[in-house]
Design a protein around this ligand. Structure first.
Ligand code: GAR
Length: 201
């Protein structure tokens, strides 16, 4: 294997996907190539980002699968097989995958989470809610975590973390932006490269 085949799963804006695309262009990611972007939301701007970069896309929604988790995950697996995917990156993918799915890809699924796990993570902690919770609690430091995905939501082995100071003036929105810019977009590409390099060794 010369390069690992990467699929990125998205749901929304796709700024982390953009960071991955940019990292493949700048050479930060050299051991893997993004072959496919799958969105569970037809309106996700992440799809436009992928198309602009010439990456194949697929839209697989739970609704199209009769709201059936098993059918939804089977449709994703079929697509991943079609593209011979080695590594799956969850980049703002707002759907929890079952054990049935995660056990198929041990140490092959990577997620980025906008806090320092084990704080503010698990079921219900996603997107802006994570930053609202951190501000409400009053922690002075937060950050981002990249980890492997297993059957426990946000419970897999940690690959990389980066801390971010919280300011007195922060709102959930300003904090989210700073965590993305200074932590997520930095460590996600580096973690993906680390895992791909290890795989193709
Ligand atoms: C990111 O902050 C990501 O860490 C978070 O959602 C945002 C997606 O933004 N993910 C989670 O909360 C998962 N539990 P993006 O679509 O611009 O990458």
């Amino acid at each position: 294997m010369i390069k690992a085949n990467i699929a990125v799963l998205v749901s929304g804006g796709g700024t982390n996907l953009q960071a991955l695309i940019d990292a493949t262009k700048s050479g930060i990611i050299k051991s893997g190539e993004i072959k496919l972007v799958i969105s569970n939301n037809a309106d996700a701007y992440a799809l436009t980002r992928a198309e602009n970069a010439g990456i194949d896309t697929a839209i697989i929604t739970k609704k199209d699968c009769g709201m059936d988790q098993n059918a939804f995950e089977t449709a994703i697996i079929d697509k991943l097989d079609e593209y011979n995917v080695d590594i799956i990156v969850l980049a703002g993918f707002m759907s929890i995958l079952s054990e049935n799915f995660t056990k198929r890809y041990p140490k092959r699924i990577i997620n980025v989470h906008p806090s320092l796990i084990p704080s503010f993570c698990g079921k219900g902690f996603y997107g802006l809610h994570v930053h609202e919770a951190a501000l409400k609690y009053g922690v002075k430091v937060t950050g981002a975590t990249v980890h492997f995905v297993n059957e426990i939501p946000d419970g897999g082995e940690i690959i990389m973390q980066k801390a971010v100071d919280i300011l007195d003036t922060d709102t959930p929105e300003t904090l989210q932006k700073r965590v993305m810019e200074t932590a997520e977009w930095k460590i996600l590409p580096r973690a993906v490269e680390k895992v791909c390099a290890e795989l193709i060794k």
